[in-house]
Design a protein around this ligand. Structure first.
Ligand SMILES: C[C@@](CO)(OP(=O)(O)O)[C@H](O)COP(=O)(O)OP(=O)(O)OC[C@H]1O[C@@H](n2ccc(N)nc2=O)[C@H](O)[C@@H]1O
Ligand SMILES: Nc1ncnc2c1ncn2[C@@H]1O[C@H](COP(=O)(O)OP(=O)(O)O)[C@@H](O)[C@H]1O
Length: 267
């Protein structure tokens, strides 16, 4: 059985305050986009994980799909499976690819083996695997707060726009990004700001990570500026970076940037 986990972008992100558990409360909007991995499970003699496509850093046995399998196998009598992941979503890009794989894996196991896992239990498994993981179970635009794991559905459609995603050849660590921000309560909640017309977002909808990440990695600032020069109605870094997206009213001709090793996606 096969499924196609998709990525997300963050539209706006406020780091509100530091929590007692060392994490930060944030406010952001998660919006699903059409860049997808391919994830397949086949019943097998023993548990096996293989991958192709973009190389995944770290050990294969630490892949979030295997962690999700372990959680399910503790509670349900499931056979071993061969998991194959074809990785297409850029990694460490603020696109939530690992969390998407884990969430889709939970659903895939449920469907393949008729486990009848309740929505609530799937949600609980997902939360153990990553703050944004549960978002991918429903996969609809949400306003997120808390650790980025408390969701309220919102009405937001960018269907009439063209989204261009650029992956600069720079790695930003999430922990480094959080260290660079001075938390502050936003004057206006992202939930209200997102209701403004997209053409007003440039002045109002901000990602708090950009200031310090752009200072440490000016190339990423350059990508955002180039997207505006190319006519974007709105452009921003997604999450803690390093990917940057531009929202355009019209289809644009690529390539629009003259930076080495940059990957473009139209989504
Ligand atoms: C920035 C966001 C926003 O959407 O996404 P991405 O850019 O990764 O997609 C998330 O908050 C990324 O959350 P997540 O990807 O789960 O972070 P983790 O790997 O769990 O955390 C890495 C480190 O970031 C810091 N951290 C993370 C989440 C949070 N709400 N507060 C934090 O302070 C902690 O220092 C933590 O040790
Ligand atoms: N299925 C997976 N796909 C991508 N990365 C994974 C996966 N499982 C575990 N990881 C680990 O998670 C880290 C962050 O991955 P990713 O979800 O792409 O980042 P981001 O949080 O920026 O969206 C990677 O460096 C990798 O070591």
């Amino acid at each position: 059985m096969i499924s196609f986990p998709n990525a997300k972008i963050n539209i706006g992100l406020s780091v509100v305050n530091r929590r007692a558990d060392g994490y930060h409360n944030l406010e952001t909007v998660f919006y699903p986009i059409n860049i997808k991995d391919a994830l397949e499970i086949v019943e097998a003699k023993e548990l096996l994980f293989t991958s192709s496509g973009i190389e995944i850093p770290g050990y294969a046995n630490e892949n979030l799909c295997l962690k999700a399998y372990e959680l399910i196998a503790k509670d349900y009598d499931v056979p071993p499976v061969h998991i194959h992941l074809h990785k297409n979503i850029p990694i460490g890009a603020g696109l939530g690819g690992g969390s998407a794989d884990a969430a889709f894996f939970i659903r895939l196991m449920n469907d393949k083996f008729d486990l009848n896992i309740t929505q609530q239990s799937m949600d609980a498994y997902a939360r153990k695997l990553g703050a944004d993981c549960a978002f991918f179970l429903k996969n609809v635009p949400v306003f997120a707060r808390g650790r980025g794991d408390e969701f309220a559905e919102i009405k937001l459609s960018l269907e009439k726009y063209y989204i261009v995603l650029v992956m600069p050849p720079v790695h930003v660590s999430t922990a480094e990004a959080y260290r660079g921000v001075e938390p502050a309560k936003p004057a206006k909640s992202m939930k209200e700001l997102i209701e403004l017309p997209v053409k007003q977002w440039q002045e109002t909808v901000r990602n708090d990570f950009e200031k310090s990440v752009f200072t440490n990695h000016p190339k990423i600032r350059g990508v955002k500026a180039a997207l505006y020069e190319a006519g974007a109605v709105y452009a921003s870094m997604s999450g803690s970076g390093s990917s940057v997206y531009g929202i355009f009213s019209n289809q644009i001709k690529l390539p629009l940037l003259e930076i080495d090793n940059v990957v473009y996606y139209g989504v």
